[in-house]
Design a protein around this ligand. Structure first.
Ligand SMILES: C[S@@+](CC[C@H](N)C(=O)[O-])C[C@H]1O[C@@H](n2cnc3c(N)ncnc32)[C@H](O)[C@@H]1O
Length: 304
C-alpha cells in the first residue's frame, strides 16, 4: 500500500519491503473482484457531501489488521521482556530507532499518549519500560492489538478509540509526552491535531511526531512500484481526489492519504505554540524515492 503511497507502501500498509507494494497491488485487484458492490457504494459516497474520510479510514485500517499489514503486527513477548530490563527502542519513522534522548531520562511514571499509534508496537514497549501509556487510535482492531499484548504480558495500557483531531476526552495537561508515529498522512487536516496535542500536554511536555515528506506525493505510484520516478501529481495530493479508477487501482480499499505541506506540519506545530527542539529527516525504508530524497521527517517539540 504505498498505500501505497501513503505510507503503506512506503511505510506501512503496504509494505515492508520493496515487493510489498506489488503485493498490495495484487491484493487490491483481488479486492476489486470480490467487492464490486461495496466498492460502487464507496465510489458514490466519496463524492457526496456527507463522505467522512476518517470513517472510511477506520474500516480501511481494520482491514489492514485482517490482512496482517506490517504496521499492525504486535511486538513479541521477548521484546517486551527486554524492554522491562531496560533494552528497548521505538520508531517514529520507518525502521529508524528514535534517539533515546528525545524522551525524558526517567520513563517511570511518565504519562505518554500514543497518538494514532495502535498495532501493539510502541505502546507495549514504552509501558514495559515504565511509562503510563494510553494508546489512542481510529481503528478498533489496531487498539485490540495493544490490548492483546497487554493481556499476554501483564502490562497496564489504556486504549481509547477516536479521531486524532478530537482529544476532548482528555483533560488539559494530562500527558507528559505525545508520541505520534507516522499517521497524519491518513488525517485530512492537521491544525486540530497540533492544537489538541498542545492542550493535553502539561507545560514542559513533549510532542514527538513522524510524518511524510510531501514531495514524495508528486510521483506516479505505479511507476514507483517499478522503481521509476515519474512526476505526475501537483501538491497538495489527496488520494480521494484521484479519478476513481486510478484510486482503486493503486489504493484499492486501503486508507485514503493526504500529502500535507511542511507549513501544515512544521508551521502548524509552531502556530499551535510548540517550540521545535529537533528535526530529523530519513529515507523511505522501502521505496524508490530512497535513493533521491528523504521520505520522512521526525520532529521533537516542546510545550513551553
Ligand atoms: C502506520 S499506523 C501507525 C502506528 C504504528 N504502530 C506505527 O508504528 O506506524 C497508522 C495508524 O494511524 C491510525 N489513524 C489513521 N487515521 C487516524 C485518525 N484520524 N485518528 C486516529 N488514528 C488514526 C490508523 O488506525 C493506524 O493505526
Amino acid at each position: 500500500m504505498k498505500s501505497i503511497r501513503g505510507y503503506t507502501i512506503t511505510r506501512g500498509p503496504l509494505a515492508n519491503a520493496a515487493g510489498a507494494s506489488r503485493d498490495f497491488m495484487r491484493r487490491a485487484h483481488r479486492h476489486l473482484a470480490h467487492n464490486l458492490f461495496s466498492t460502487h457504494v464507496k465510489q458514490c459516497s466519496m463524492t457526496a457531501e456527507s463522505f467522512d474520510p476518517v470513517a472510511h479510514n477506520r474500516e480501511a485500517w481494520d482491514r489492514q489488521v485482517d490482512s496482517d499489514d506490517e504496521w499492525t503486527r504486535p511486538v513479541d513477548a521477548e521484546t517486551v521482556a527486554r524492554a522491562r530490563g531496560g533494552d528497548w527502542s521505538v520508531v517514529l519513522i520507518g525502521y529508524e530507532a528514535m534517539p533515546r534522548e528525545w524522551l525524558p531520562t526517567e520513563l517511570n511514571g511518565t504519562r505518554i499518549l500514543g497518538l494514532a499509534s495502535g498495532g501493539g508496537q510502541q505502546g507495549p514497549v514504552l509501558a514495559a519500560a515504565g511509562a503510563e501509556v494510553t494508546v489512542f487510535d481510529n481503528s478498533p482492531k489496531q487498539l485490540l492489538r495493544d490490548e492483546e499484548v497487554a493481556a499476554r504480558d501483564g502490562l497496564q495500557i489504556r486504549t481509547v478509540l477516536g479521531d486524532m483531531r478530537d482529544l476532548s476526552m482528555f483533560a488539559d495537561g494530562s500527558f507528559d509526552v505525545v508520541f505520534n508515529p507516522v499517521s497524519n498522512v491518513f488525517c485530512p487536516e492537521l491544525a486540530p491535531v497540533w492544537r489538541e496535542s498542545f492542550r493535553v500536554l502539561r507545560p514542559g511536555g513533549l510532542l514527538l511526531t513522524g510524518f511524510m515528506n510531501p514531495d514524495v506525493f508528486i510521483f506516479d505510484e505505479a511507476a514507483l512500484d517499478r522503481g521509476e520516478l515519474v512526476v505526475r501529481h501537483p501538491l497538495p495530493f489527496r488520494s480521494e481526489d484521484l479519478p476513481e479508477s486510478d484510486r482503486l487501482e493503486v489504493y484499492g480499499d486501503g486508507p485514503l492519504v493526504y500529502s500535507h505541506s511542511l507549513s501544515e506540519q512544521i508551521g502548524g506545530q509552531l502556530a499551535a505554540g510548540f517550540h521545535l527542539t529537533h528535526l530529523h529527516e530519513g529515507p523511505h525504508h522501502a521505496d524508490a524515492t530512497a535513493k533521491y530524497l528523504p521520505a520522512y521527517f521526525a520532529t521533537r517539540a516542546l510545550k513551553p
